[in-house]
Design a protein. Sequence first.
Length: 141
Amino acid sequence: MQPIEEPQPRYGDPATVFPRLGQGSFRLIVTDSYERRCAFTNSPVLHVLEAAHIRPYSSGGTHVPSNGILLRQDLHTLFDRGYMTVTPSHQVQVSSRIKEEFHNGKEYYALQGQHMRLPEYGDRRPSTEFLKWHNENIYRG
């Protein structure tokens, strides 16, 4: 018979989290702007779609619609980490570093050079300035 273990704490100490003001409305506007579909894949599965900042909020980006793209979670992660970007002419670019560093990514390379879906209204489309910033500062081309 094994001895009964004493219960261990399951949670750490409470922590104060400061929410980013405007994040909720940013998500709603970007989601509506892209008609609830991924800008790269056209996926309509809302549960896995996220409003990605082109210029991250932590790097001085704002919650304006022209700084957002609606992306599937995996694409959002790759975009934020610099393995994908969008050119100022709205073409998807996929870094060769996915293959070099992870020896995979075939499904992502299928998106290479495709034009992303754009919002109907021009003021909600990705800003050329933000796209250039992402290409110069985040993308690992």
